[in-house]
Write a protein that binds this ligand. Structure first.
Ligand code: KG4
Ligand code: ZN
Length: 335
């Protein structure tokens, strides 16, 4: 299965075998947005156009395959930036038409979940914590392909909280907003996570919802209350405290989801799943509930096409292929 991922600012093409082995996974992170402090949609679409065909050929070369050895073309058709999605979708349709291969439309968040499938099977039912730059959701998966929403963020996504606070702490000058999570985690590595008590909205409430917008305001107020010197002295402690607040909320609500559903397996996925503290804390806390945690390696947590191809393998196996009128959906929920 050839997978194409262009929903945001990573251009990626991968090839995955029907038993979920990665044969090639080319990921190109766009540099075009560095000067703007965030992803510029028009620049993202243009960068996808420039590189996508080349990356398709590169993925085939790396896998040592030809077009007629493939079984299908899977492509992210939402959610994401509409212009970027259209580039991937048009390319996938062109390839499907010219090769005669079936076209498979993949939901970006389902693809994130399928990154787990690339490291091994997960026994169903399980609870999935999906945490990316645009989404934060707890989902019950009774079986692959069936998703029941348990709760989601009421405002910002967890990745957005990392990105925006990293920006407030001036941790990402010239690197764009999207590197925020990684930069904040790096800065937090040697800090004291108990230094500042940042708010954990909805904590202790009997639901699976999240809210991170108050955290952003609290960090802003805290930063404003400090002198420049105090801020630079306390930067690592503040970053560690922010990270602890985000991770704490994610872990608490996942544990609650486990308790109300009674599942024995928990899967973590999405860009924020690359966060070392989240991986550790979630593992420890779900294990206390008698659960096993599953998580892709960090490189497969952030956007990549191998996860899209993996979801494509599953849908093709189910006989779920798309027609040439498959559309791009900037907003489309998984459950
Ligand atoms: O899934 P993803 O690559 O793109 C979207 O679908 O949004 O997720 C990107 C998000 C960004 O918000 C980024 O800051 C966050 O994942 N992220 C991290 C880490 N690596 C990426 N957040 C915390 N710690 C990390 N190590
Ligand atoms: Zn993503």
């Amino acid at each position: 299965m050839l997978g194409i991922e262009t929903s945001c600012d990573e251009t990626s093409v991968a090839i995955v075998s029907s038993d979920y082995q990665i044969l090639a996974n080319v990921v190109l992170s766009q540099e075009d947005h560095a000067a703007y402090g965030g992803v510029v949609p028009e620049l993202a679409s243009r960068a996808h156009i420039r590189t996508l065909c080349f990356i398709c050929r590169q993925a085939l070369e790396r896998a040592g395959l030809t077009w007629n050895e493939l079984a299908g073309i899977a492509v992210t058709h939402g959610p994401g930036l509409v212009g970027s999605l259209v580039v991937g979708l048009s390319t996938a349709k062109g390839l499907a038409l010219s090769t005669g291969l079936p076209l498979i439309g993949v939901h970006h968040m389902e693809a994130h979940l399928f990154a787990n499938r690339l490291t091994g099977p997960i026994p169903c039912p399980f609870v999935a914590l999906l945490v990316s730059g645009g989404h934060t959701e707890l989902i019950l998966v009774p079986r692959w392909g069936k998703y029941e929403l348990l709760g989601r963020t009421r405002d910002d996504a967890a990745g957005e909280a990392f990105d925006k606070t990293a920006k407030l702490l001036n941790l990402i000058p010239g690197k764009g907003v999207v590197a925020g999570g990684r930069m904040l985690a790096q800065c937090a590595a040697n800090g004291n996570s108990h230094a500042v008590q940042f708010p954990r909205a909805l904590q202790g409430q009997p639901n699976c919802d999240f809210s991170f917008s108050g955290l952003k305001t609290a960090v802003l107020n805290h930063v404003r209350s400090l002198s420049q010197r105090a801020l630079s002295e306390q930067l690592e402690d503040i970053a560690a405290s922010v990270q602890a607040a985000i991770v704490g909320a994610l872990v608490d609500k996942t544990v609650y989801a486990v308790q109300v559903t009674g599942v024995q397996h928990v899967a973590l996925a999405g860009g924020v799943a690359a966060n070392a503290m989240l991986r550790q804390e979630l593992e420890v806390n779900v294990r206390k509930q008698g659960c096993t945690m599953y998580c892709p390696p960090p490189a497969l947590c952030t956007d990549n096409a191998a996860m899209v191809a993996a979801a494509g393998c599953f849908h093709l196996e189910q006989g779920e292929t798309a027609d040439m009128d498959l559309d791009a959906f900037p907003r489309i929920s998984l459950a």
